[in-house]
Design a protein around this ligand. Structure first.
Ligand code: AMP
Length: 179
């Protein structure tokens, strides 16, 4: 089963990704994690990714597609996966040939997202207020069309992300017929 989780930063995608991975027995991966790992590398690519991430803007579609395709071709993802953070633009959708079963849009308001991120104790290097604002703006500009694309395809499930963690997991599992 191939599942995509979409939502603005702070929507709880990675929390749900980890819980769903356990419940469904399929691996979870996130492009945010992948890029943060790459950004630690002292290579030209690592340095470039770090600069882009800290500015809160998107990595190019070309680089993202190459990196994500390489990851998803690994044997551990052969039977399925839960991916968060990808695809984030229509170009990424169009160039992503892997069949997708269901897409969950975990929806929270911008205000709630800012509130949640501001309340986090483990603030990351790429979480300056400016970077967070840019990420929220880029979600509306580039990722909302991705949500609409999957809605038109009939595989989108919208979930109210301002409910409790348990309720959200339950709703997702129910939509997958796993409850
Ligand atoms: P996230 O943790 O998902 O908010 O991702 C953190 C940062 O990684 C983003 O601000 C982007 O710079 C980069 N990133 C993650 N996923 C993508 C993607 N699908 N396309 C482009 N950039 C991405």
């Amino acid at each position: 089963m191939k599942i995509i989780l979409i939502g603005i930063q702070g929507s709880g995608k990675s929390t749900q990704g980890v819980l769903l991975s356990k419940a469904l027995g399929i691996p979870y991966l996130s492009t945010g994690h992948i890029f943060r790992d790459l950004a630690k590398e002292k290579t030209p690519l690592g340095r470039e990714i770090k600069l882009i991430m800290n500015a809160g803007v998107l990595i190019s579609d070309q680089k993202t597609l190459a990196i994500v395709s390489e990851y998803l071709s690994r044997p551990e993802y052969e039977k399925g996966y839960i991916i968060d953070g990808f695809p984030r633009t229509l170009t990424q959708v169009e160039n992503f040939s892997n069949g997708v079963d269901k897409v969950f849009y975990i929806k929270i308001s911008d205000k709630e997202a800012l509130w949640r991120i501001a309340g986090r104790e483990d603030v990351r290097e790429d979480e300056t207020l400016l970077a967070i604002r840019r990420r929220i703006d880029s979600f509306h500009k580039f990722t909302e069309p991705v949500v609409e694309h999957y809605r038109e395809k009939g595989i989108l499930v919208e979930v109210d992300g301002e409910q409790s963690i348990e309720v959200i997991t339950k709703e997702i599992l129910k939509a997958l017929g796993k409850e």
